[in-house]
Design a binder for this molecule. Sequence first.
Ligand code: SAH
Length: 368
Amino acid sequence: MAQDKKINLLDFTSDKLKAFFLDRGEKPFRATQIIKWIHQHGVSSFDDMTNVSKALRAELAEISEIKSLEIAIDDESTDGTRKWLLRLEDGNCIETVFIPEDGRGTLCVSSQVGCALDCTFCSTARQGFNRNLTVGEIIGQVWLAKNILQPDPETDRVISNVVMMGMGEPLLNYNNVIDAMTLMLDDNAYGLSKRRVTLSTSGVVPALDRLRDEIEVSLAISLHAPNNALRDQLVPVNRKYPIEKLLESCIKFMDGKAARERITIEYVMLHNVNDSDENARELAVLLKDVPVKVNLIPFNPFPETRYTRSSNNRIRRFADILIDAGLVVMTRKTRGEDIDAACGQLAGDINDKSRRDIHFARIESTTQ
Ligand code: SAH
């Protein structure tokens, strides 16, 4: 049965497709042609690939396909944010969000079905973990969103930025995320600039140490607390990779990079949990030697959460303390709340909720 399954060409980077064609006795330039058809032109039928010989088209159609994801729900917020619930072949669902802004647009992409990390303020965590997404399922989100948005005459509906901030921990699906981001950066595919592709992580340090040598993208760190005692509670992976190890890895990551490039520190503002003046002062001291900008994220609630959002005044006061200490600070505008598309609200719909422990135990071995 397995050998009947067609190869999904969305799973291939340019280099891997070149190797695939070489194996089949074809010239490697075929790979470039096909990558362009798939990702630049958004075709899913070999018949549309007019500069490829009929014979090769027929051969490819026999053994392979270009298979993206099925749209289960397509929601649009009053602020223009769009959220898709996408059904995978195994019946699990993931979410992808498009956030339009003047002249640009950010696509928030998922990397796993569910998440193993159990951050206490995140709705994805409550779903448990099912599995890693394939390269085709990750880049398929970009492929699909581009195909849906591109025909829109409103030119600002274009994907200029991709953030790996959807469901899942991207560094725990390392190889597939790297391949998908390679396609995002590839001039023959999406051609996004390295400053506009951002990987967000809760801090899987060994994988972060590898990342720097393997691909150039922007980095966001989900810090959320100024000390280990508090971070242990909010982001449990901290017990394995505490703040000092994480920041050490961040400093290494930025070593030799231009001064204008900074790591984004994400800090969710939780009322009476991590939002006091004292917390802000402690955070300022912690970050004083790391090239960062701090992104304060108003907490987005979800059913049965124990947390509430800090008031706007509190967020402003917290920001002021950081700014006075010399840090660059932004407060994230909450988008798409009416359709549960805001940060941390992505829930998807997943089958198996029992695998978190197994996965968590394997974190170390999969990331070394
Ligand atoms: N696992 C990765 C990426 C997914 S989360 C990571 O941890 O970075 C993307 C961002 O949304 C993270 O900074 C996460 O901490 C934040 N987030 C999660 N739940 C949230 C919520 N309920 N409100 C606001 N931000 C949230």
